[in-house]
Every structure is written in structure tokens, then in C-alpha cells.
Design a protein around this ligand. Sequence first.
Ligand code: HEM
Length: 176
Amino acid sequence: MFLGGVDTGAITMVWAMAELAKRPTLMKNAQDEVRTCIGNKGKVTESDTDQLQYLKMIVKETLRLHPPAPMLLPRETISHFKDPEEFIPERFMDSTIDFKGLHFELLPFGSGRRACPAIYMGTTTVELGLANLLYHFDWKLPDGTKEQDINMEEVSGVTLTVSKRTALNLIPAKYL
Ligand code: HEM
């Protein structure tokens, strides 16, 4: 049985941080967005996530490339995009594609009667967690590690999930 919410959100956050750590410009764009939007408020709350359009694109792109429950999805969805193997959140700019199961290009939550009942909760949890990580901290790679050294191999888990094989090692520096 698929153990719904146990680790799918955490897996998605790790992939998103790994993709951003590989691409400092995208990380900076996301931090600028959340820091501008939240200002000195001290923490990001659920209602703030509606305004974080760039962050939402990052979460979509992460779930497109790294769906945490891929065994439950149709195989071929990934290839319907230009440069499908590339991590390009901007591909969702001005696009109506959402997760709700009507756009077959992006079905990380499945579709139809058996689709994930927690689409909103799943995406909001990931957006909120990620927004707080990006708001409060700058993230560095350990000394001697380069962006291209980050290992993006996958490993299958026991609950029909697929996650990042090796731990992501990033060093936080407090920003706010
Ligand atoms: C990023 C987060 C999540 C992703 C990507 C995800 C993905 C999925 C997928 C692909 C399925 C199978 C859909 C199908 O067979 O067509 C599923 C089913 C399910 N998910 Fe999620 N899920 C997430 C979070 C959660 C959370 C947080 C919960 C519970 C709080 C949850 C509860 C469930 C349940 C109960 C089912 C079975 C539905 C059924 O068979 O009728 N999921 N999910």
C-alpha cells in the first residue's frame, strides 16, 4: 500500500533544495522573491505562499522531474516538455498547467478517481517548508564541493516512493 503523506513532502523538499543548490542563480531568485514578499515579518505562513509565484514554479518543476511516487504514474509524462531533462522552473511561467490531473504533462499526484486526495496539502506543505528554508538561511556547499558534484541518483524506498540516494549536504548561514 502507498503510505500517502509519510515522506512524499520531505522527499520533494530535498530534491528542490538539491536542484537549487546546483543552480545558485535560481536559488537567489527564489530567495529574493520570498525575502521581498515577507520583508521583516519573521516567518512565512501558509497564506503567504499564494504570492510566491516563482517558488510555486520551482515546486512544479521539482515534482515534474522527481515525482516521489512514480510507480503510481503513467510513464511517459515527462517527455512532453522542451528539454525535458533540464530543471527549468520558468517553463511554467504564464502557463495554466496545474497538478489537478487534467494536464497529462504534469501528474505527480495521479489523476482520476484514485488520484491523491492531498494535492493541496502536499503542495502547500512543500511550498511552505521550502519558503521558510529560503527566507531564513543562505545555503552553501561544503568546502571542496562544487555544484556539479551534487549526486542526483535516485533510490526506491519501501513505500513505493523514490527519493534521493545520497543525503544532501548543505551548510546554512542564518540570514534573518
Ligand atoms: C508532494 C506530496 C505528495 C505526492 C506527490 C503524492 C502523490 C500521490 C500519488 C501519485 C498517488 C496515487 C495516485 C493514483 O493512483 O493515481 C497518491 C495517492 C494517495 N495519497 Fe498522496 N501524495 C502526496 C502527499 C500526500 C499526503 C500529504 C497525504 C495524506 C495526508 C496523501 C495521501 C494519499 C492517499 C490516501 C492516497 C490513496 C488515494 C486512493 O487510492 O484513493 N498524499 N498520492
